[in-house]
Design a protein around this ligand. Structure first.
Ligand SMILES: Cc1ncc(C[n+]2csc(CCOP(=O)(O)OP(=O)(O)O)c2C)c(N)n1
Ligand code: SF4
Ligand SMILES: [Mg+2]
Length: 773
């Protein structure tokens, strides 16, 4: 948090004197919503944070990681294997009786969703910050509310934070609301991705940790599996007739929230001087026309309302600060005198004739027999499409037209969308490339009948330049990025028709910005938690359709999945599933040792001690705290016909292995290959340093090159045999992300990396020497 210095603006004496009694000392600061959430977390002093990075909420964990490295808090921060894992971590931690926080967005919330009702149903409080972002597909990293709408039915309290100040304040409120004995529910805080998560605003933050502590009090003791004096069963198997009784209790807790939330928000107001009514009503006193909007768009509409008021129009804006429990009564009261209201939803409930807020406001009004308000439902701002003052003006105009005509011509519509015409085909950058053009026989593979293993004869490297590329130039990767030399080497030797599936990650993001694509062959994206399952389905459909005579067998397609190392964390389960089923496909992992696409967070493949944005280096923390996982060995344990490691720095070795991979994928089953891939941006090296850095990683045996064919391990490059073996420190000193390790106080970490590297290398050598290992 280098640029997050807190500015203590001296409180002028007269201002201090004017501070109403009860308002605690605060200081001005300049923070984004994510920074505000991180600061609040530090002030609250949560026991545990479980998280998984995803734009635009990642900064919450990143800021906390930096603060932790500098010794500013002692929250235990646990990087999940994915959001589902992170949610499980949080659930377990919260069951343990301490305070717990998480942060996510979009697919992350959807991936965690399955755990949310579990936690609410067993009444375990925690706080979950959501920087709201549109859900895939197609993938779009900007903001709308489609993610948070999925959480509406989970039994979590949902607070809405319209600006960074509200993000900060509502985190405190969330702890207290959730822990109230009559509520005992987890709480989600929704703020707008990018608009609120990233834009810095002047906010006030607490100056006195005691005041925060006094406001929150001690977390009440709810039953916990850590209380071994009072054994209890948490989450029993529960059928009819009990489950409905469990749910009615959950409903009662939510209803209790209607009373408790305003109480806590009033207490917060006493302490901060800032009010958060359950339903924010702006200039609604005598409004005849209104608009209902959530979070930041409501702030835009308020400015428009001011302008229209200046023209004599009686308009106002309604915006809930609490979404669950839904402030139905407050809406009924606020809208009773209103002639017409336009309700904007930043997400659709497809086929329902309106987004969720619009549907719920309509339902609320239906219970008021005297209400005559005409309601227009509009879907706006999807995928981060901006909402300007002119849009708000349009909403008021539409309400005005309905009020004047005393009828609604168009009850439901999308605002600002163009459906497009079927005739409008985006022009391809480079045309698709036929298999014949790229199949140049660069590798000849034959089986050695004596050993059962494959032999590859490779054309000389200079001949490879003749092979046209299946990836067009002009993609947006950083200069020096290793992912593309790796892919070029792979494509040089693959023959025939290839269908690729890219999991989410740098290689995917930089090659397919709609309406362009750099892929000149069939390409699919699925999110990186499930690509292997998707490709396995496609593989089986292909073979079945060939078997039924619906597709020609002559095509003989090869199916390849490209994943980053991060995809082999969150997507490990489906990848192992595909491996266990042994589908005829290749998984290639380009391992750049982190989640680079989202800003270089740690992955489980990040080596021990390396700096990432979630394993920060500071006064008290020297980078990642545990060793990298040995993914190749995990796949080897799945008994695949072929597993290999390779590096773009050893092209012939890599291409030989890829040629074998294609043979095995066509004839026997699944292949997994892990390829060390250079990332100058986040390894903090020069753009052209790939060769020395990769060579050093391989020569120190941190990343050994080997293959496992039918369970038999062969080391394909042995630095001992060529006298090139050197210490891991020779590799670590080449990268900015590891330079801190060379200081004397970090010598034990380097020794640890060396010891683990040596142990894995000795083990590999033993496997190389003994066919049964
Ligand atoms: C369910 C879900 N969680 C998180 C993300 C955010 N996300 C997209 S790509 C990525 C990192 C990918 O890392 P890796 O697979 O190593 O590829 P790299 O970016 O390093 O090339 C993350 C965290 C997402 N899209 N979906
Ligand atoms: S961040 Fe790293 S992996 Fe991603 S495009 Fe840049 S160099 Fe390549
Ligand atoms: Mg990666």
């Amino acid at each position: 948090m280098d640029n997050m210095t807190t500015e203590i603006l001296a409180d002028p004496p007269q201002a201090a004197n004017l501070r109403p009694t009860g308002i605690v000392q605060q200081k001005f600061d300049f923070r984004s919503g994510n920074e505000a959430a991180a600061l609040a977390a530090r002030n609250i002093g949560f026991h545990v944070m479980g998280y998984f990075p995803i734009t635009p909420s990642t900064e919450v964990a990143e800021n906390l990681s930096k603060m932790q490295a500098d010794g500013e808090h002692d929250i235990v921060m646990i990087a999940g294997d994915g959001e589902h894992g992170a949610a499980g971590i949080c659930y377990g931690a919260a069951l343990g009786g301490g305070r717990v926080v998480n942060a996510t967005s979009s697919q992350g919330l959807l991936y965690a969703l399955e755990q949310l009702p579990v936690q609410a149903g067993t009444r375990v409080p925690m706080v979950f910050n959501i920087a709201a972002r549109t859900v895939s597909g197609p993938l779009d990293i900007r903001g709308d509310h489609s993610d948070i709408y999925y959480a509406l039915n989970t039994g979590w309290i949902i607070l809405c934070a319209r600006d960074p100040q509200a993000v900060y304040d509502l985190n405190f409120a969330a702890v207290k609301i959730g822990e109230h004995k009559d509520v005992r529910l987890p709480v989600l805080i929704a703020y707008d991705g990018f608009i609120t998560s990233h834009q810095k605003r002047r906010i006030q933050v607490f100056d006195d940790p005691e005041a925060v502590r006094a406001f929150l009090g001690k977390r009440p003791d709810f039953p916990s599996p850590l209380d071994t004096e009072h054994p209890a069963t948490f989450g029993p198997y529960m059928n009819d007739p009990d489950l409905i009784n469990n749910k009615v209790q959950l409903s009662q807790a939510m209803e209790a929230g209607r009373r408790v939330i305003p109480e806590v928000l009033a207490e917060l107001e006493k302490m901060t001087g800032r009010a958060y009514p359950v339903l924010d009503a702006y200039r609604m006193e005598d409004a005849e026309l209104a608009t209902v909007l959530l979070n930041s768009a409501a702030e835009t509409a308020k400015e428009t309302a001011d302008e229209l008021r200046a023209q004599g129009k009686r308009v106002g804006v309604l915006s809930p600060n609490v979404l669950r429990p839904f402030p139905a009564e407050e809406f009924r009261r606020a809208l009773r005198p209103v002639k017409a209201v336009t309700i904007g939803d930043r997400a659709d409930s497809y086929g329902a004739g309106g987004g969720n807020i619009s549907l719920e406001v309509r339902a609320a009004l239906q219970l008021d027999p005297q209400n005559k308000t005409r309601v227009l439902s509009r879907i706006y701002g999807l995928g981060g499409k901006d909402f300007y003052a002119a849009d708000a003006e349009r909403f008021f105009e539409q309400a005005e037209a309905a009020a004047k005509a005393e009828r609604v011509v168009e009850p439901f519509a999308y605002h600002g969308a163009t459906p497009g015409a079927p005739t409008n085909n985006p022009r391809p950058g480079l045309p698709p490339i036929p298999a014949a053009d790229v199949s140049r026989g660069m590798a000849k593979v034959r089986r050695d009948e004596a050993t059962g293993r494959l032999k590859v004869e490779l054309e000389p490297l200079w001949k490879m330049t003749e092979v046209p590329n299946r990836i067009a130039p002009g993609h947006g990767a950083c200069p020096g990025c290793g992912a593309f030399p790796t892919l070029h080497q792979v494509y040089n030797v693959l023959e025939g028709d290839i269908v690729v599936l890219f999991q989410t990650g740098c290689a995917m993001v930089v090659t397919t910005g709609y309406p362009s694509t750099a892929h000149r062959i069939n390409y699919i994206h699925n999110l990186f938690q499930n690509g292997a399952a998707t490709l396995s389905g496609l593989v089986e459909m292909y073979h079945e359709r060939v078997r039924r005579g619906e597709l020609p067998a002559s095509k003989d397609i090869t199916f390849v999945m490209i994943s980053g190392d991060g995809g082999m964390d969150i997507g490990m389960g489906p990848a192992i599933g595909a491996a266990n089923r042994n589908h005829r496909m290749i998984i290639l992992e380009y391992d750049n040792q982190g989640y680079m696409n989202t800003g270089a967070q740690l992955s489980y493949s990040t080596p021990f001690g390396h700096r990432t944005s979630t394993s920060e280096v500071g006064k008290v923390a020297p980078g990642k705290r545990y060793h990298h996982k040995d993914t190749a060995q995990i796949f080897a344990a799945c008994h695949l016909p072929y597993v290999f490691t390779a590096s773009e720095g050893y092209p012939e070795d890599l291409m030989r292995k890829v040629a074998k991979a294609q043979w095995y994928a066509k004839n026997e089953g699944m292949v997994y290959g892990k390829i060390l891939s250079f990332c100058p941006l986040n390894w903090r090296t020069a753009d052209d340093a790939a060769q020395p850095v990769l060579q050093a990683a391989i020569d120190c045996c941190f990343f050994p090159l080997y293959e496992i064919e039918h369970g038999h391990t062969t080391i394909t490059y042995d630095p001992d045999a060529t006298d090139r073996r050197h210490a891991v420190s020779d590799w670590l000193k080449l990268m900015g992300k590891t330079r801190h390790l060379l200081s004397p106080e970090n010598a034990p970490i380097v020794q640890g990396i060396q010891a683990e590297t040596d142990r894995r290398w000795r083990r590999l050598k033993a496997m190389h020497d003994h066919p049964d290992l």
